[in-house]
Design a protein around this ligand. Structure first.
Ligand code: ATP
Ligand code: MG
Length: 1031
């Protein structure tokens, strides 16, 4: 579907198009739902958690590239049927590309920006993949075609430049010399505005020439990315086409700049800002993208008449270079690309909002005349005047030979100057063509090699950069590594790559790989240490994250599709080796829980980053290790529902054994800062400043991204279920405290003791048959935390301590036990008395369905322990904690949306409560009717029931007590493990002991159950006897 807004827009408003791509493999595996729909030029997006929540937007163009397409014999994606709704590359070009071309030919500056989250299709739309060429190559083709068609009317010169902005540095992607470490400078001139000093501008006269330059640029980008360990989706790529048209007849020259910008993935910008981090600088993970957002917002405000004092163009490199494109002299188009999947809802919505703001920006484009062309024009005008004077002089018959000579000289000089200006272009063009021929020969050579030898092919996180580098493994032995002084070496760079990393041997058409000591080599997800024979399409990871696909001899290749071995494939394979699976079967059955899937993809996304952080830490001697963990994998809330899972990074200092747990956002932020430190370190190394102060490494602590002050750490949780309190039954438990990933962190002995207001435990006779009896009455109980046993945290390092935190019902703050240090089995002996003065239905519901979540906190040397904040806590006169306070009066809750929904919930609760009361009444009366029907006499029935129920309660209580000891036995069994050093005899003893414990356990269980059965049978029998059925 290709739709164009019907209303006529102001010509110079930024035009905005949105495009939605097909599902990618991740999304397909997850059984994703498409939440985007389009009708004409409007697009609407649905909140996957709340289907009524739809947001609609309207743009200049809306492209449906999600479904309704087929791949034709040329490999092109085209609509299933002619005129189908699928928008292919051609239709996008017809709207956006043709417009840009037309503007440029008229002499306007033109800009095309692609904005969207990583992997949403920016590069697909801009550059394209394989035969599905994007806007840029198509635009170049059409441009040269137009030039050929208009050859008669004037000469046309095209200059091509390609640059990348990464981390605020400008890299010339077409530069042949060595890279300037600080990047190129951006300068400002009154006439020209901002420009990149020393950027290569290559004259071009055909589309294939431009295509080859783009290939060359992509190659530079790929190698630059691996060398400095940069992430390409965080960089912006700019292609600048300068077009000069010289119309000799009209003596006019038109000049236009076409900026084609593939922006960095948009989500990177926000992941950093979302969380407070001690080190703030990293909030500018992508200063250019953040600033672009600010400029767009400011300009959008200007457009709606708001007063805006300042537009922050100067705050970043990108916005400096795009100043004319935004709010200036340019006709600008933005294409916003979207993923259709439910899991990308937040990102897609944010992209649409961004695009909506951009739509409001107004530009003032004018046709351009450059000073050089004016000079030619002026020279020509002067010549014309001179000629006129000469002829006039001839006519007048005056023989002023001196003057004529002077005039003729001037004329010749001017003509020479004109020719010089024009031949300069010819010369440049010739040079560029020579260069092009050389490059072309290299490419042809490479193609020939591909047909003769096995090779490895780079795989990059950014699909645009995958397959760009090919390293051939010819017959014989080849060392791969940083080392490149030998004839028989393959030189690569990258984090964790050793001087001599590994050896490839190609003998008798078989290729093997042997890692050299101390180097990391992973083949198909598994680390290898010995010579391994490589098979066609094996996946190699060298160092921390240099990923390659092995391509065997042509005879082994067949017609297989290599594209499935993308970056994700490599990472999933690694994750699988670590035991983190997203099983094909569950994925295929479309049933994977989207939240789990998001966690899985976060995991594989962070995995290479963690590997890189570890490598940097090692090289910089930081002594810290990073490890990915899944937060809450095995944990649940107070009602037993799974807690939201998330990825965290556990940071451990090897020397001091200090531990930190960083959120995903914090880690991403820190990783960025680490890269900066690392690059600085590398630069210093290059400059030989190694000897004394490695200043990058010896950062003051407060600026060190590898360090943080220590804090208490949540080690794990246990649940103490409260149901017994509703019956006034005491409970004694040995709780297993589970860590985030399900490991046993400790055993906690805890009790719940129903008691009197003075703290005396209630007796057996106080047991309630019907828990509703507590309603409206005072309820007292104590939570007792006796002791922790086998605390793993302290076993690992004795200089640590623990604390227990817990929160009950409506307590706003958690309470903590005092800290206990240095003890594996710390005695807590902590008792807290809670009181509900007038028990509500809400508290009763809570008791019957919830648990107190007891948190085990780890303390480490130098960190302050956690303390209970008692400000908001209410106490009784006896000094007990009051819970279940009556809610605030209605009026207090008025106002915000949140309090509105709380009020609604309270109303619902009230209603449910009254329904409950009436149901209970009905139930009671039904029971009475039943009894009187059975006995013919109501009184007898009523008098008998309590005694029977009391017998039941007693039997249950006996059972309950015996179950407590059975459970203790089970826990003992759980903890019973063979010692790590046990020999065969030790194991045999262990097995004997284990079977004894099991036998005891089953006997106890048997006995408890049979006692219960007997008791129940006796009660039933008695009941029947009394009701006279047997009489
Ligand atoms: N309209 C489309 N039709 C078919 N495939 C598409 C389309 N758009 C994107 N894709 C595919 O989706 C993948 C990611 O697209 P692309 O590389 O363009 O993302 P990107 O937005 O440039 O990401 P990054 O920010 O990482 O550079 C590619 O494999 C590409 O082939
Ligand atoms: Mg891209």
């Amino acid at each position: 579907m290709r739709a164009k807004a019907s209303e006529v827009h102001n010509k110079d408003c930024v035009k905005v198009a949105v495009r939605v791509r097909p599902f990618n493999k991740r999304e397909q595996d997850a059984g994703s739902r498409c939440i985007v729909s389009m009708a004409s030029t409007s697009i609407s997006i649905q909140d996957p958690r709340e289907s009524q929540n739809r947001r609609a937007f309207c743009f200049d163009y809306a492209y449906w590239s999600h479904s309704g397409f087929v791949r034709d014999h040329r490999g092109l994606y085209v609509p299933e049927e002619p005129g189908g709704r699928y928008a292919d590359q051609n239709s996008v070009f017809q709207d956006l590309g043709e417009g840009i071309l037309e503007n440029a030919l008229q002499g306007y500056n033109a800009t095309l920006l692609a904005y969207g989250q990583t992997g949403s299709g920016k590069s697909y739309s801009m550059m394209g993949y394989g035969p599905n060429k994007g806007l840029v190559p198509k635009l170049c083709e059409r441009l040269f075609q137009a030039i050929r068609e208009n050859q008669e009317s004037g000469q046309c010169q095209v200059f091509f430049s390609m640059l990348e902005i990464y981390n605020e540095q400008v890299v010339d992607l077409l530069s042949r010399g060595s890279r300037n470490p600080g990047g190129l400078r951006v300068r400002e001139e009154q006439q020209r505005g901002f420009y990149v000093e020393g950027l290569r501008m290559i004259p071009c006269e055909s589309a294939p020439q431009v295509e080859q330059l783009m290939e060359q640029g992509t190659r530079t980008r790929t190698t630059a990315a691996t060398h400095v360990n940069a992430n390409s989706s965080r960089s912006h790529m700019l292609i600048i086409l300068q077009l000069k048209q010289i119309f000799s007849k009209e003596s006019t020259t038109k000049q236009s700049n076409i900026n084609l910008v593939d922006l960095a993935g948009s989500e990177r910008q926000r992941s950093s800002g979302s969380e407070a981090d001690r080190l703030k600088e990293g909030t500018a993970i992508n200063l250019s993208l953040t600033t672009l957002g600010n400029v767009i917002s400011a300009l959008a405000d200007v457009a709606v008449g708001k007063r805006v004092v300042h537009i922050p163009y100067r705050d970043s490199v990108l916005t400096k270079l795009l100043q004319s494109a935004l709010g200036g002299n340019s006709r600008t188009v933005m294409i916003a690309t979207l993923s259709p999947a439910d899991i990308c809802y937040e990102e897609s919505l944010s992209t649409l909002r961004y695009a909506e703001r951009a739509k409001r920006i107004q530009n003032r484009a004018v046709v351009n005349e450059s000073p050089t062309e004016r000079l030619v024009k002026e020279l020509k005008a002067e010549n014309a005047r001179l000629l006129q004077r000469l002829s006039r002089m001839g006519q007048e018959g005056r023989r002023a030979s001196e003057e004529t000579k002077e005039l003729r000289q001037l004329l010749t000089h001017n003509e020479l100057q004109i020719r010089a200006i024009q031949t300069l272009w010819e010369q440049h063009l010739q040079e560029a063509l020579k260069d092009w021929e050389q490059q072309y020969a290299t490419l042809t050579q490479e193609r020939r090699m591909m047909q003769m030898h096995p090779y490895i092919l780079n795989i990059n996180e950014d699909a645009q950069l995958s397959g760009v580098v090919k390293l051939f493994i010819q017959e014989g032995e080849w060392i791969i590594g940083l080392f490149d002084s030998s004839q028989r070496s393959i030189s690569i760079k990258g984090l964790g790559i050793q001087e001599r990393h590994a050896v490839f041997r190609n003998e008798k058409r078989r290729v093997t790989l042997t890692p050299l000591p101390g180097s990391k080599v992973i083949v198909n997800g598994n680390a290898v240490y010995q010579t391994t024979e490589l098979q066609h399409l094996d996946r190699l990871i060298l160092g921390s994250n240099s990923t390659y696909l092995f391509i065997g001899y042509p005879s082994e290749r067949g017609a297989d599709d290599w594209s499935r071995y993308d970056y994700d494939y490599f990472q999933s394979e690694l994750a699988a080796a670590e035991g983190i699976h997203l099983g094909e079967s569950s994925a295929g059955s479309n049933q994977t829980d989207p939240s789990l899937l998001a966690v899985f993809y976060d995991y594989i996304k962070l995995m290479p980053m963690v590997a890189e952080a570890n490598q940097m830490s090692q090289e910089l001697n930081k002594g810290v290790e990073f490890k990915l963990e899944i937060k809450n994998l095995a944990l649940s809330d107070s009602r037993g529902h799974d807690l939201q899972k998330d990825i965290v990074v556990r940071v451990t200092s090897r020397g001091s054994k200090q531990v930190w747990v960083w959120s995903k956002a914090k880690f991403v932020n820190r990783k960025f800062l680490m890269e900066e430190v690392y690059q600085q370190f590398q630069a210093e190394q290059r400059e030989g400043e190694r000897a004394e102060g490695l200043s990058a490494v010896a950062l003051p602590r407060e600026k060190d991204p590898f360090w943080d002050p220590v804090e208490p750490l949540l080690l794990g949780m246990a649940h103490l279920w409260l149901q017994s309190l509703a019956f006034h039954i005491p409970l004694e438990e040995q709780l297993e405290v589970l860590g985030s990933e399900g490991t046993e962190e400790a055993i906690l002995q805890a009790q719940l003791v129903p008691c009197t207001s003075t703290g005396l435990p209630l007796g057996e006779d106080d047991i309630l048959i019907d828990p509703t009896e507590v309603l409206g009455r005072r309820l007292d109980f104590q939570l007792v935390l006796d002791q922790c046993c086998g605390v793993r945290w302290i076993k690992e390092a004795r200089n640590r301590g623990v604390q227990i935190g817990f929160r009950l019902f409506d307590c706003s703050q958690p309470l903590y036990t005092p800290a206990v240090w240095h003890n594996i089995n710390p005695l807590l002996d902590h008792r807290v008395h809670f009181t509900s003065l007038c028990t509500s239905q809400r508290l009763l519901d809570y008791l019957q369905s919830s648990a107190v979540v007891v948190e085990l906190w780890g303390l480490q040397e130098g960190c302050t322990s956690l303390s209970s904040s008692l400000e908001a806590v209410k106490m009784t006169a006896e000094g007990t904690f009051i819970i279940d306070e009556p809610g605030p009066p209605e009026t207090a809750a008025a106002g915000s949306g949140l309090s509105g929904s709380i009020r609604a919930l309270q109303r619902d609760l009230e209603e449910l409560r009254s329904v409950n009361v009436s149901l209970r009444k009905e139930n009671q009366s039904l029971r009475e009717q039943l009894n009187s029907a059975k006995n013919g006499e109501g009184v007898r029935g009523r008098s008998m029931r309590p005694s029977c129920d009391a017998e039941f309660a007693r039997a249950l209580k006996v059972f309950y007590h015996s179950m407590t000891s059975v459970r203790a036995q089970l826990q003992r069994l759980h903890r019973h493990r063979p010692s790590e050093e046990s020999d065969l005899l030790g194991l045999r003893l262990f097995v004997d002991e284990q079977s004894r414990l099991l036998k005891d356990f089953s006997e106890q269980l048997e006995q408890s159950v049979s006692t219960l059965k007997q008791d129940v049978a006796a009660i039933v029998r008695r009941k029947r006897e009394r009701s006279g059925i047997w009489s």
